[in-house]
Design a protein around this ligand. Structure first.
Ligand SMILES: Cc1ncc(COP(=O)(O)O)c(C=O)c1O
Length: 394
């Protein structure tokens, strides 16, 4: 199915003159996502929050079905949470780690995840090890095979790292994890909404994602998937009266479904907005979205190569919508600020957000220009022209 870019443009609330290439930071919500939230906020102001929730209960419940359709799972395997970090942490800190347990992860792992590993290295005596990368830059699946032993408790992989075009081979990694019965946690924060995800093909036990990035949902929204067969073995790191029932003075019972990783109070407007964003992506079709994002990013990389002082730093056999580059003699923050003066949005990816990968590759701070399917070819032309004029090589 081809994307109808005119209809997509008509749903943009933003000024069409603005070039938003910060979709891996926070994308632009389409009109239906905004309207869904505004309508619920209005209802809360008119009726009160509890009554508004009761009134919209079936729509709130439908959010779980929508996420299930997006990643090919059952609604009971989904927890809707505040962001990707909360989702990921819930699955990570629920692991019954013992001293000496090994965690295997990617070199381009996200800072927050790695900080959590380091905390448990300190507190529980686990070991964290990075799986070497191939010459193309992705996780080396053969090297992973060679690292497996009985002490590997967890394989945790960032699908699309924060700092470049890399797409890690999560399905091949999943086959290794499944073969050895090792818990497999995938950080899909930056892939959800730009890459068609199927948890059965990935064979992960848990997967986390955020709303505001490629899903074009609201800030402060995200979700966690936990495979049904893995649920019973995972006690949430925190419990409240939503995730568990107080059954006696000394006892409680956890919810049976993935909502054991949620808690009671929620921003229902954001939750409904997340559902609307997922529905919007599903209506367009994830394969069509993925194809258009890939095409636009490849074109942007190609055009950036025309500017002598610009070096694109993306790696990986397969590359996504995130395009990162450095400019000789001008730091990334200055380039991004100057682009903003021309109404072009990018962000900056510093070495500390993927420290191991950035150190290994000697990366400076990079300008991160992340495209989405609603971006246009003429925006790429204007981006490259403007950048050329900023760096004095146009
Ligand atoms: C790979 C990756 N994982 C996790 C996160 C955290 O997501 P959130 O801010 O929604 O918690 C980010 C945010 O940039 C990210 O790039």
């Amino acid at each position: 199915m081809e994307l109808d870019k005119k209809a997509i443009a008509a749903d943009l609330v933003a000024d069409p003159d603005l070039i938003h290439f910060d979709n891996a930071g926070a994308s632009l919500m389409p009109r239906p996502v905004l309207d869904t939230q505004l309508a619920h906020l209005l209802l809360e102001a008119e009726l009160g929050g509890y009554q508004a929730e009761a009134e919209r209960m079936s729509a709130i419940e439908a959010v779980y079905d929508s996420i299930g359709s997006l990643i090919n799972c059952h609604r009971d395997e989904v927890a809707v949470v505040e962001n990707a970090t909360v989702g990921w942490m819930m699955a990570f800190y629920a692991q019954p780690f013992e001293p000496g347990d090994r965690i295997l992860t990617a070199e381009a792992e996200y800072a927050s995840n790695y900080l959590a590993y380091l905390q448990l290295v300190k507190q529980r005596g686990v070991l964290v090890e990075t799986i070497p990368s191939t010459a193309d830059g992705e996780v080396d699946v053969e090297a992973l095979r060679g690292m497996i032993d009985a002490r590997v408790r967890l394989i945790a992989i960032t699908h699309v790292p924060t700092n470049g075009g890399l797409v890690n081979p999560v399905e091949e990694i999943g086959a290794v994890a499944r073969e050895h019965g090792i818990f497999y946690l995938v950080d899909a924060c930056q892939s959800a909404g730009q890459i068609d995800l199927d948890v059965d093909k990935i064979q992960c036990d848990a997967l986390s994602a955020t709303g505001r990035k490629y899903l074009r949902g609201p800030r402060g929204s995200g979700f966690l998937y936990v495979r049904r067969s893995a649920l019973a073995g995972l006690h949430p790191p925190v419990v409240d009266l939503f995730s568990a029932t107080w059954t006696g003075p000394d006892s409680y019972e956890l919810r049976a479904d993935a909502r054991r990783f949620e808690n009671w109070e929620n921003n229902y407007a954001a939750k409904l907005g997340l559902g609307a964003a997922v529905d919007y992506a599903l209506a367009l079709g994830m394969p069509a979205i993925e194809a258009e994002v890939t095409r636009l990013a490849a074109k942007l990389r190609e055009r950036l190569a025309e500017i002598d002082s610009v070096t694109v730093h993306d790696i990986g056999r397969r590359r996504c919508g995130i395009v990162t580059f450095a400019v000789d003699g001008i730091d990334a923050g200055t380039v991004s600020d100057r682009l903003r003066q021309h109404r072009i949005h990018t962000s900056v990816s510093g070495p500390s957000s993927t420290l191991i990968d950035a150190t290994r590759r000697g990366l400076p701070s990079l300008v991160r220009s992340s495209v989405h399917y609603f971006n246009r070819d003429d925006e790429i032309d204007r981006f490259v022209e403007t950048l050329g004029s900023i760096v004095g090589n146009g």
